[in-house]
Design a protein around this ligand. Structure first.
Ligand SMILES: C[S@@+](CC[C@H](N)C(=O)[O-])C[C@H]1O[C@@H](n2cnc3c(N)ncnc32)[C@H](O)[C@@H]1O
Length: 201
């Protein structure tokens, strides 16, 4: 069984550190998401960037014309991301929200999770799946980036195989694809990651 991970106190982290120094900071839209949106011809609609952190992904999606809602557990992350978006003149709905017990009452054409799901221990994963399934329209997508089982060591988030993703999500989602890639950010080398496309059933 995977060892329980030690993960940060998110609010304290965002209070104490500049977002640019965080390992996941990437000012560009994630390249696999970019390719998937092109391939699936998704160019408009309501999208949720859950666990938005620095807000870079929400901002990149808003710049492409999506109507973006961006949420995070940390109120400070939300405040910092909101001011970054405002400086660019973008209209994004930022909300402090715990995805495991989300208060959102809207549904979305797709949700993007870059690095949030993989922080949850096994006993919280079905809560996550149920909430996210509720927030996505039928046939809508969940794009998920998480650490891969190929990432060595036991530091930081949990690691997953494609089979585990299938097992965890199959009650509410069809797993369309899982590819091996890396997690762009400030670490060298970049951590090994999975990029998964799941479709709401
Ligand atoms: C690895 S960071 C990724 C941030 C962002 N998605 C990015 O790619 O830059 C994970 C984020 O998930 C947030 N998070 C952790 N638990 C959460 C929860 N229960 N609900 C919402 N957000 C959560 C953290 O505050 C953190 O910002």
């Amino acid at each position: 069984m995977a060892k329980q991970r030690e993960l940060p106190d998110w609010e304290q982290l965002y209070q104490e550190k500049e977002v640019e120094s965080m390992p996941w900071f990437n000012p560009e839209l994630d390249p696999e998401l970019d390719q998937a949106l092109t391939r699936l011809e998704l160019h408009q609609g309501a999208v949720l960037d859950l666990g938005t952190g620095p807000g870079t992904q929400a901002i990149a999606l808003a710049e492409r014309g999506f109507q973006v809602t961006a949420t995070d557990l940390s109120a400070t992350a939300i405040r910092k991301a909101e001011s970054r978006a405002k400086a660019k003149g973008l209209d994004i709905a930022f909300k402090q929200d715990n995805i495991l017990n989300s208060q959102l009452d809207q549904d979305f054409d797709f949700a993007w999770d870059r690095g949030c799901f993989h922080v949850f221990p096994p006993e919280q994963r079905q809560d996550y799946v149920q909430v996210v399934a509720r927030l996505i329209k039928p046939d809508g997508y969940l794009f998920l980036k998480c650490f891969s089982y190929l990432q060595p060591g036991e530091e930081g988030p949990y690691r997953f195989t494609g089979e585990e993703i299938q097992e965890i999500f199959n009650r509410h989602f069809q797993v369309c694809s899982v590819i091996e890639t890396v997690y762009q950010g400030t670490l060298d080398p970049l951590p090994r990651a999975l990029f998964c496309i799941l479709q709401r059933q």
